[in-house]
Design a protein around this ligand. Sequence first.
Ligand code: HPA
Length: 247
Amino acid sequence: MANIAIIGGTGLTNLTNLTIIRREVHNSIYGEPSAPLVRGMLEDVEVVFLPRHGAGHTIPPHKVNYRANLSVLDELGITNVVAINAVGGISPEMTSQAIAIPDQIIDYTYSRSHTFFDEGLEEVTHIDFTNPYCESLRQAILVAAKAASVPVIGKATYAATQGPRLETAAEIDRLEKDGCHVVGMTGMPEAALAKELGLCYASINVVANKAAGRGDDNEITIEQINSNLKVGLEKVKRILEIVIKNI
Ligand code: HPA
């Protein structure tokens, strides 16, 4: 039985190094997850892979059914979730193709179904979210990165924006003043929902571009994002191959 799930982000709709056992269609009371779950073997460890944006990368960040994705994984007995998220780099060390393991989040998203504690409650429920990510999994990722000789930035504050458009330069200035180091569109409510379910959840951020107003170019292009992701995700795959053995 797999107890590890990998949620793939932009550029990672399939794990090339995964030996697929089968694809499973699941449903939940919150609706359908982004895609059939892919059950397979990665380095002799059984894992479940779920492409967050759908098998054909068609679901934009604000339309992802985060509750369905997380509740289906939880119902299957998954206890550890490694999420992969493409980000823009805000602070100088967050250069294109860099990898960061965030330890904090600021949530700027809106109008997303962001909690399981919504209706039909016996009591109003507030979860602790002081540390949004599972520290033991974060540490396991850091150890795996070292073993894989992949340099990573071990702490970062992730700004979760609504998207699907990228930010203005002024918005990035504001996020930087708020203390954010990277910006992405999919980190929330995913992290909070995982915490509500008691899952051990951590994220690997791949810097796809310098955030708006931070790079040498005046504009951010999709070509630039895709080519940086291609290189960055190869590093992520090397980390994943090791971390799944250490969980
Ligand atoms: N902003 C928000 N999300 C992103 C970015 C960005 O610059 N790059 C990749 N995902």
